[in-house]
Design a protein around this ligand. Structure first.
Ligand code: SF4
Ligand code: SF4
Length: 327
């Protein structure tokens, strides 16, 4: 019997939700497990780094890597899996776009460390002790990964062949990607494995979205009840649907919540947050600065709202860093 294709899963700066989404395949996970050989999956199987190092280069058919790159260890593992894999798939918003961890790019590393190990109100650390990269006691040495200056998406560190978007990706998208891999019918490299249309185009409420939006205020979800049958954005709640790729089955909208943008932009949009700002902010009715401020008061965290998943890839952020996006 021919060898089954070897597959690896790995997580970097991640919450575990992407790993959970693999289990969400439910009975289809049996199809996946039956059709492939999982050679590395630290969250579920006891393979070690040295097992991967011992594999021939390109012997893994595909590595699905979730999470952003924040530490030297994550970068090292991403580079190792790149070397050993024919195909690398950025799995989930953190890997594809930097995701929620990349919101930390609003602050430099020193500011983060100072707060986390000193100034945070819940921290008791009068010596302001911080973890050392290399320390030892009783003849034993402990080495820790280094925290990079910025959080990066996977493709800012290694070459990535495909992305599966979402926070987390849906089981349907994962299953489609695995079936495409097994059949050898993958689209051109660089493809995001989800429909290349804005969510609004496949939203069950799209008929109620007016041609021209008009805003006199923005409401936060706890401030009012969202009507279940009308376009959420037209009701004055932020819904990132116009600037976000579809393919998620509009799960949040079906749950009566605005889209928070986790599928990232379509191929025609370079900066998701900027796209949303330009399309929606031009529909704010107020013309005077103080009235505009009052309208925008309903969005108290604009970066966390418009760049919740995409700050790591934002053009604005790269410009501020001199265009490198690097560590
Ligand atoms: S994309 Fe979402 S579910 Fe996946 S690791 Fe990031 S925060 Fe967690
Ligand atoms: S803005 Fe949101 S609720 Fe309205 S049509 Fe688009 S995705 Fe649907």
């Amino acid at each position: 019997m021919a060898d089954k294709p070897k597959i690896a899963f790995y997580w970097c700066a991640a919450c575990g939700g992407c790993e959970e989404s693999v289990v969400d395949l439910a009975e289809d996970i049996l199809m996946v497990v039956g059709a492939v050989e999982i050679v590395f999956w630290p969250v579920a199987l006891d393979f070690k780094k040295k097992d991967v190092e011992a594999m021939p280069d390109k012997s893994i058919v595909a590595s699905l890597i979730n999470g952003a790159i924040r530490t030297s260890e994550q970068e090292e593992m991403a580079r190792l899996l790149r070397k050993k894999s024919q195909v690398v798939i950025a799995y989930g918003a953190c890997s594809q776009l930097g995701g929620i961890p990349s919101l930390a790019n609003q602050f430099d590393r020193e500011t983060i460390l100072k707060f986390v190990y000193g100034d945070a109100p819940t921290v008791v650390n009068s010596e302001k002790t911080r973890p050392l990269l290399d320390s030892g006691a009783a003849g034993k040495r402990v080495q820790l990964p280094e925290l990079h200056e910025v959080v990066r998406s996977l493709d800012q560190v290694i070459e990535v062949d495909y992305s599966i978007p979402g926070c987390a990706p849906t089981p349907k998208l994962l299953k489609a990607a695995v079936l495409a891999l097994l059949s050898g019918k993958m689209p051109p490299k660089g493809t995001v494995l989800a429909p290349d249309v804005a969510l609004c185009e496949e939203c069950p409420r799209k008929e109620s979205k007016p041609e021209k939006l008009s805003f006199t205020e923005f409401k936060r979800p706890h401030m009012a009840v969202v009507a279940p049958d009308k376009c959420i954005l037209a009701q004055g709640f932020v819904c990132m649907g116009p600037a976000t790729r579809g393919g998620c089955e509009a799960l949040c909208v079906q749950g009566n919540m605005g889209c928070s943008g986790c599928f990232g932009p379509t191929s025609r949009v370079r900066d998701q947050g900027a796209k949303f700002l330009s399309s929606v902010m031009s529909s704010v009715e107020a013309k005077e600065e103080k009235d505009i401020d009052s309208t925008l008061a309903g969005i108290p965290d604009p970066v966390g709202t418009f760049y919740r998943y995409g700050l790591g890839k934002s053009l604005l952020r790269m410009k501020a860093r001199g265009g490198t996006g690097g560590a």
